[in-house]
Design a protein. Structure first.
Length: 286
């Protein structure tokens, strides 16, 4: 088999055009969806992600701002900023770029964001709603993955999904969302013995380990659907996923490329969540 590419850049373009229409409508009702992104420190990768979010917001007609704080910022100061934004009526979505410097407790920060403005879907209230299958903000990367699978008519019900990676941002929630779609889910992680015994059994394989090219053609089932969330930079500067693209694409039925795969979908879902947050406010007439 030779795989069809699930191109997240193309699908994002289509969805962002629809979102631009929704933003226009909200603006006509006097509400401009607004996202505030907080970044602490000067990690170049985080800075680049944050700029991407700002650019994408502008593309669909939303407004956004970035609050850049020095790495010496205290937890108390950061919580103070979030408290101010929670109370600010024209700020609909708040995103604190992770990771944070070691002296700041990430969980304290996540829990300080008002669940109604938590467009990352990381607040325990929103995670609880997601787990019980209730409407909420879904974490952006898992939401992007499910949206992509649906757009490509991938049947999830009854299928064996293997998730490799158990981060709070990707692995854990994507497994939960697939369970909500009636898939049978197996989680693997860094302590899993004989990882490839599991990957070989996957109808749908979600790779979120951050280990360049470790899954090769002989580790996947014929006709599998592969979603590669890994973004690994090789010594020569090129980006690659957790899957060795050539050998896995030769066996899979569908596969996401890296880059232009899951990455653009994450930002698109962030825009979608922010528009949803803005709607919540407009609904109560603020
Ligand atoms: N760092 C890496 N991915 C993410 C994400 O989805 N949200 C936030 N806030 N930080 C991240």
């Amino acid at each position: 088999m030779s795989a069809t590419e699930m191109n997240g850049k193309e699908l994002s373009k289509k969805i962002r055009t629809e979102l631009a229409g929704e933003v226009l409508q909200l603006k006509q009702n006097g509400v401009t969806p607004h996202l505030t992104v907080i970044i602490v420190g000067d990690d170049p990768a985080s800075q680049s992600y944050v700029r991407g979010k700002e650019k994408a917001s502008a593309e669909v007609g939303m407004s956004s701002d970035i609050i850049a704080l020095p790495s010496s910022t205290s937890e108390q100061d950061l919580l103070g900023q979030i408290d101010r934004l929670n109370k600010h009526d024209s700020v609909h979505g708040i995103l604190v770029q992770l990771p944070l410097p070691d002296h700041i407790n990430e969980q304290h920060v996540i829990e300080s964001i008002s669940p109604e403005k938590d467009v990352d879907g990381f607040h325990p209230v929103n995670i609880g709603k997601m787990m019980t299958g209730n409407s909420t903000f879904l974490p952006c990367t898992p939401y992007g993955i499910i949206t992509m699978l649906k757009a490509h008519d991938v049947r999830m019900e009854g299928k064996h999904v293997v998730v490799a990676g158990r981060s709070n941002i990707v692995g854990k929630p994507v497994g939960q969302l697939l369970l909500n779609e009636n898939a049978t889910v197996t989680y693997c992680h860094s302590k899993t013995e004989n990882l490839t015994d599991y990957t070989k059994e996957a109808d749908i394989l979600i790779l979120a380990m951050g280990r360049a090219n470790v899954i090769r053609g002989e580790h996947v089932k014929n006709g599998a659907v592969i979603v590669d969330v890994g973004i690994n930079r090789l010594e020569d500067g090129t980006l690659t996923g957790d899957a060795d693209f050539a050998s896995t694409a030769a066996k899979a039925s569908k596969i996401t490329p890296v880059p232009r795969g899951v990455g653009p979908m994450t930002i698109t879902m962030l825009l979608k969540n922010t528009i949803k947050a803005a709607r919540g406010l407009s609904a109560v007439g603020k």
